[in-house]
Design a protein around this ligand. Structure first.
Ligand SMILES: [Fe+2]
Length: 212
């Protein structure tokens, strides 16, 4: 049975745990919420993420633009009207020197207000719509940040993106150095993540599940 520290997930927005196979992980994920297939017209419940060179991919993905280089910090599924709330990652093997990085930016009240005002156009191939970097949901807020599918609707609105990049630089970064069967679950509305440089890491495989 898979055990998750739900208190830690709630308070720290991420937690690590272990699963020996993807099927158990899928079953556990269904108890947390509905699984969202990440690809258009797909019903796959999980993705296998591999390191690709730019030449190997022609899709509209981060690999297409960055290849093996560092990915910028981002929200998964930022191009969806509602990005997945939780992301689960599992590494079937240990991976050396290629961590996944988690970053929880800290916002002041003024910064939150600023980021709820600047309008950005989201266009990631699932329809174009306007959004802000911080969106209010009930009494809380969620982050939507991905410079590859979001651009300022007006030039002056790029200050939000600059501000977010500054806050990411100032934040404490948690590095996940993957061990065999290690999993993480994180709140995709509250933290942004990235992958370190993965040059020649062609055996790096992460399984990923998105939860509504
Ligand atoms: Fe991602």
């Amino acid at each position: 049975m898979i055990e998750i520290n739900t208190e830690e997930l709630q308070n720290k927005y991420w937690t690590t745990f272990w699963s020996e196979n993807i099927d158990d992980l899928i079953e556990m994920s269904k108890k947390i919420g509905d699984i969202i297939p990440s690809r258009k017209n797909s019903t796959a419940l999980y993705d296998s993420l591999t390191v690709k060179t730019k030449e190997e991919t022609n899709q509209k993905s981060l690999s297409a633009k960055y290849g093996e280089k560092d990915f910028p910090y981002h929200t998964d599924g930022a191009y969806l009207h509602t990005p997945p709330k939780f992301v689960i990652l599992r590494s079937p093997k240990s991976i050396e020197n290629c961590p996944t990085k988690l970053c929880i930016p800290h916002f002041s009240e003024i910064e939150i207000k600023k980021m709820m005002k600047d309008v950005l156009l989201v266009n990631g191939g699932r329809g174009r719509f306007y959004s802000t970097l911080i969106e209010k949901i009930n009494k809380d807020f969620r982050i939507r940040f991905d410079v590859d599918c979001m651009r300022p609707a007006l030039n002056e609105f790029d200050t939000s993106i600059k501000l977010m990049n500054t806050l990411i630089k100032e934040a404490v970064i948690e590095e996940i150095n993957w061990e065999e069967n290690q999993c993480i679950i994180f709140n995709n509305w509250k933290l942004v993540h990235s992958r370190a440089n993965a040059t020649n890491k062609f055996d790096r495989v992460l399984e990923r599940i998105w939860i509504k």
